[in-house]
Design a protein around this ligand. Structure first.
Ligand SMILES: Nc1ncnc2c1ncn2[C@@H]1O[C@H](COP(=O)(O)OP(=O)(O)OP(=O)(O)O)[C@@H](O)[C@H]1O
Length: 617
């Protein structure tokens, strides 16, 4: 049923997705911005490229003209019965040869510059994309529409390189036509008009089909993302284990096939129609060419023009037809590409909602009073449900607070609000009596160290994986090693063939995979790298064995000494380290107090604690 609805959506894209001819032409306004990016990428290569193309555009006319002179000279020489002087002929042939060689060299130069400039441009845009993505809010990343935009923008970084050569070739061809037109107009201006009439239908046809292709491709962005995802999970080191044990390959491939076939068929129908109409319309161009050719032949036979002029005009006319046809086709391709370019610019123009104030405060050093939640509530933007609500409590400076609650109770959400990864939907959070929003965002992020439950296993060296906790110290090997020592990662790393320079994970050659607990020790070392005032550890020991957990805890007290810390854990051994425990239930604060106080209250916390003590949890 779900598949059905997708098919319907794809076949009849939402009206918002359908781009009219006017919009397509309007998208051309993106080109100057695009060329500014290219110009900024490399001024010298852009200039070199333009110059080469300018020279190249004058060559067809020059070659055709020399060709005409050669033919006229040959005919003149044939008519001479006595001794013939061939010098002029050989000079003409030498010039023609020189032009042919020059043309070849210039072609190679253009291809070279196109490819170098294209690579640089693509690298530059990818960097801009990564840097821009980092400025956006976490909430934006959790939005499917945003993801589609990101996906389309990501595709642009590579495919838009083609657009650059297309536009440059377009300019080149226009200049070539200008040169050829001068020759043709000198003979008969009507020939130019015939040309235009012949190529316009073809141009309109191309534009129409481009618009349809774009609409289809755009409306299929979510499905294409799904296809990419299926391709990834169907053939990846991370999923191979479960795909095999659950025997999922048939399930995944048939799902992929179903979706990709549907796209293939929709696309095929457009491509087919385009091919048929394209052939019909372009034969109009052929008709016009031969009409003009017959006219020129009559003129030649009547002795109005020479045979050399005949070849010159026929050659010019034919070249112009090809060039004009190419320009028209390319024009609609450029307009189409410019539409895609819009996606890239749209993405780069997205602005984060969480922004620093104009005159931001720096985080107090040290924090005096701590953090205060005042009736804080938060709803994820894609959800109607309150993830947390009516949270009011004070986290004292230097206090160790444990968050406890069942799955989905809102623990991680609470700490994300504390780190200002999200903004409260209602209520506010204060730091030393001032709204968190008044503080400098970078400074806040700097003063807060979080190790998430779903920390990232970077497929990089062990050293880099730890340095990520404070990336400015990536060269500080002593600090990295002592952090690893404290989190128990050092003995794990010492066993690796390349020690701290060992690439972790299986994705790259020579990478070594670690066990879940070993990864956690490495990730935990990040917390020791950062000199943060507030430390948040979300399930820091969930994958550790009992002995490692005990040892980590002994060192934790050193880590959190003098700092404010929030610990999220389902293990009561961790929880007991805290000064106070905050018990959350369905996003609401239910109990708050020390371990002893909560046991004495004999409420939910006491109930869970007793269950775990008896070995049920
Ligand atoms: N990105 C998200 N988008 C929408 N809803 C979310 C998102 N993240 C969490 N939620 C919802 O918010 C609620 C609280 O989730 P949260 O991750 O804070 O729980 P938790 O207490 O940390 O759970 P656990 O113990 O399982 O880690 C849950 O109902 C969850 O479904």
């Amino acid at each position: 049923m779900r598949e059905q609805s997708k098919g319907t959506r794809a076949a009849t894209p939402a009206s918002g997705d359908k781009k009219s001819f006017r919009e397509q032409m309007g998208a051309l306004k993106n080109l100057p911005k695009f060329f500014r990016l290219i110009w900024d990428t490399s001024k010298s290569m852009t200039i070199g490229n333009l110059l080469l193309r300018l020279v190249k555009s004058s060559l067809p006319l020059a070659m055709l003209y020399i060709g005409k002179l050669i033919i006229d000279e040959v005919i003149r020489l044939i008519a001479i019965t006595g001794e013939r002087d061939l010098n002029y002929l050989w000079i003409l042939v030498a010039v023609e040869l020189g032009l042919a060689i020059l043309s070849d060299i210039i072609n190679r130069g253009i291809t070279l510059l196109d490819s170098l400039l294209g690579d640089l441009f693509s690298n530059r845009t990818s960097v801009a994309l990564i840097e821009h993505a980092a400025t956006l809010d976490l909430a934006q990343f959790e939005d499917a529409t945003f993801y589609d935009k990101l996906e389309r923008a990501r595709r642009q970084t590579v495919s838009r390189v083609v657009l650059m050569s297309q536009v440059l070739s377009q300019l080149q061809d226009m200049v070539t036509i200008g040169f050829l037109a001068v020759g043709l107009i000198a003979f008969n201006p009507w020939l130019i008009l015939i040309l235009l009439v012949a190529v316009i239908p073809s141009f309109l046809g191309e534009t129409h089909f481009n618009e349809r292709s774009y609409s289809l491709s755009r409306s299929w962005t979510p499905e294409r993302r799904e296809l990419d995802y299926l391709r990834y999970i169907g053939a990846s080191d991370e999923t191979a284990k479960e795909i095999k044990t659950f025997n999922l390959s048939g399930f995944l491939s048939s799902r992929f096939k179903l979706l990709s076939d549907r796209y293939y068929n929709l696309n095929k129908s457009i491509t087919l129609k385009r091919a048929v109409w394209g052939s019909i319309l372009s034969s109009l161009g052929a008709l016009a060419y031969y009409g003009a050719y017959v006219f020129i032949l009559f003129q030649t036979v009547a002795g109005v023009i020479t045979v050399g002029t005949l070849t010159f005009l026929a050659g010019s006319f034919n070249s112009m037809r090809g060039l004009l046809q190419g320009i028209m086709t390319r024009f609609s391709q450029i307009a189409e590409s410019a539409l895609y370019l819009q996606d890239l610019f749209d993405f780069l123009e997205l602005r984060p909602q969480i922004t620093p104030p104009t005159n931001p405060l720096t985080i107090p050093r040290p924090i005096q009073q701590g953090f205060t939640f005042e009736d804080v509530g938060f709803k994820y933007h894609n959800s109607e449900r309150w993830a947390v609500r009516h949270l009011s409590f004070h986290l004292r400076a230097g206090e160790k607070l444990a968050l406890v609650g069942e799955n989905g109770a809102g623990k991680t959400t609470l700490v994300k609000l504390l780190a200002r990864l999200y903004e409260p939907t209602e209520g506010r959070i204060l730091l030393d009596g001032k709204d968190l929003r008044e503080y400098d965002l970078n400074d806040l992020r700097h003063q807060v160290g979080i190790i998430f439950q779903d920390y990232v296993r970077f497929q990089m060296t062990a050293s880099d994986n730890i340095a990520i906790g404070q990336i400015s110290n990536i060269q500080d090997h002593d600090r990295i090693q002592s952090s690893a020592y404290k989190s128990l990662a050092d003995p794990v790393i010492q066993r690796l063939p390349d020690k701290y320079e060992q690439v972790l994970g299986k994705r790259f050659n020579k990478g070594v995979e670690l066990s879940g607990g070993e990864w956690q020790k490495v990730a935990l070392a990040r917390a020791y790298m950062r000199d943060a005032q507030l430390l948040i550890l979300d399930e820091p020991t969930s994958a550790l064995d009992a002995r490692a957990e005990h040892e980590v805890f002994v060192r934790f007290s050193e880590l959190i000494e003098g700092k404010t810390a929030v610990l999220i854990s389902h293990r009561f051994s961790t929880v007991r380290m805290a000064d106070r425990i905050l018990f959350l239930e369905q996003g609401q604060l239910k109990e708050l107090g020390s371990h002893e106080e909560l046991l004495a209250q004999n409420g939910k916390y006491a109930e869970l604690f007793k269950l775990q003590a008896r070995g049920y949890l």
